[in-house]
Every structure is written in structure tokens, then in C-alpha cells.
Design a protein around this ligand. Structure first.
Ligand code: C5J
Length: 237
């Protein structure tokens, strides 16, 4: 493949451009605990089915990144088995009958190493893909993500995962403040609350892209394919 300098993706509020060597696909918290029945998401009182819609398009983007040897990074929200990284306030929140650290249908809820903490099989990390374990909502808080991105020369993030208004939003805001440019793929992120998803997406691209850009998996995949074909479409000097 000849060297592609920049890829241009139709997006809102205006086209998003990135260098394929300096971009990472960031897949946030696509864990069984959030996406499958019997996990933390359901224990919070949510219907988890709306989250499934993000799985198939995210898989298509993952496949495209992997096929091109582009960087893929996964995150997982969860805590150490001894709960030493769990704020007592987070443990108490929601007054749950079965909460973080308690035993549920997929093992101890939101605990590293438990079945519920794993990423759903369709999006399981491939060997060599970094997995950032985080105790909070934002992927930069109390993790090595910033260091990892800077060491690899990553400047732009293509963002997928759950949930739109919680961990996706917190992470995009953190990334934006640190100087990374984020493109959120609308169909690759999801929320238990359609209205929060809608508002979360609008907030990202409002005010000239105050937190970043929004596009879709299909538009990104087309831009990548065009750039690979070297047609010039989707590519800029
Ligand atoms: C939540 C997340 N919703 N990954 N976590 O508690 O968005």
C-alpha cells in the first residue's frame, strides 16, 4: 500500500482528518457487565438491549483497523478484587441489592478477572492490542492511556463503545482537554437511554465541535477504502 498522508472523513460539524499512522480506534467498555443481561448495567435498573446495536458496526471498524495494521485500544471499567481502587461513594451509589464487588450471575460485579468484566466475544481484543483497565468513567483517570498514546505518536482517536453519555463522553472530554482529536461514530456508541444518546452526540459536535466530531461507521469505512485504493477520494495531502 502506498503511503497515505491524511484520511478525510465526512463528519459533523465539518470533515475530520487524520493521519492513519497517528490514529487509534478506542473501544470503550464493551464488557459483558454493561452489554449482557445479568451484569452491572442491568443491576442499575437498565434494559441492556439498546447497547447491542453498537456491536456489529464496531466489529466492522475493528476488522478494518486490524486489516490495515492500525492501532486498536480497548478499555474496561472495573475494580481490583480487594476493592482497594473502589471509592466508597461509588460502592454506595444506587443503594443496590447486588452492587460492585458482590456476586452476580456473571461473577463478582465489575471486578477484574470475573466473567462479567470481560469484553463481549465479538469484540474481544486481539493479541497485542492494549487493554486499559480503569476504575472510573474516564479512560485517562488513574490509567496509563495518555502515556501510551503519546509514546505511539497518536494524535487522533476514533471512538466506539458504551455508554454514550457516561464513559464515552467522559473519555472524549478528557481526551479533548489533553489535545487529542476525537471522532465519535454515532452507530458504534450506545446508551440505555435513547434520549441521552441523542443529546450526548449533539453535545460533542455542537459549538463548532466543542468536544470533537461525529460520523458513522459506514462513512469512516468508505473513507478508509477510498484512501487505500488511492483514488484521492477520502484522502488529502
Ligand atoms: C457506566 C460506562 N455507564 N462504561 N459505565 O456506568 O459507561
Amino acid at each position: 500500500m502506498r503511503q497515505v498522508s491524511r484520511v478525510r472523513v465526512d463528519a459533523e460539524p465539518y470533515p475530520f482528518e487524520f493521519n492513519p499512522a497517528a490514529v487509534a480506534l478506542l473501544v470503550i467498555d464493551m464488557q459483558r457487565d454493561f452489554v449482557e443481561p445479568g451484569g452491572f448495567g442491568e443491576m442499575l435498573g437498565n434494559d441492556v438491549t439498546p447497547l447491542r446495536r453498537a456491536v456489529a458496526p464496531t466489529r466492522r471498524v475493528l476488522d478494518a483497523f486490524r486489516a490495515r495494521g492500525m492501532t486498536v485500544i480497548h478499555t474496561r471499567e472495573g475494580h481490583l478484587p480487594d476493592l482497594s481502587d473502589l471509592p466508597s461513594t461509588k460502592k454506595a451509589r444506587g443503594r443496590l441489592k447486588t452492587g460492585i464487588g458482590d456476586t452476580g450471575p456473571m461473577g463478582r460485579v465489575l471486578i477484574r478477572g470475573e466473567p462479567g468484566h470481560e469484553i463481549v466475544p465479538e469484540l474481544a481484543p486481539a493479541p497485542g492490542e492494549p487493554v486499559i483497565d480503569k476504575p472510573g468513567k474516564g479512560a485517562f483517570y488513574a490509567t496509563d492511556l495518555d502515556l501510551l498514546l503519546r509514546e505511539r505518536g497518536i494524535r487522533s482517536l476514533i471512538v466506539a463503545g458504551v455508554t454514550t453519555e457516561v464513559c464515552v463522553h467522559t473519555t472524549v472530554r478528557e481526551a479533548n482537554d489533553r489535545g487529542f482529536e476525537c471522532l465519535v461514530l454515532e452507530d458504534c456508541v450506545a446508551s440505555y437511554f435513547p434520549e441521552f444518546h441523542e443529546a450526548g452526540i449533539r453535545m460533542i459536535k455542537a459549538q463548532g465541535g466543542i468536544f470533537g466530531w461525529v460520523s458513522s461507521s459506514a462513512v469512516l469505512l468508505r473513507a478508509l477504502a477510498d484512501a487505500r485504493a488511492g483514488s484521492g477520494a477520502g484522502e488529502s495531502a
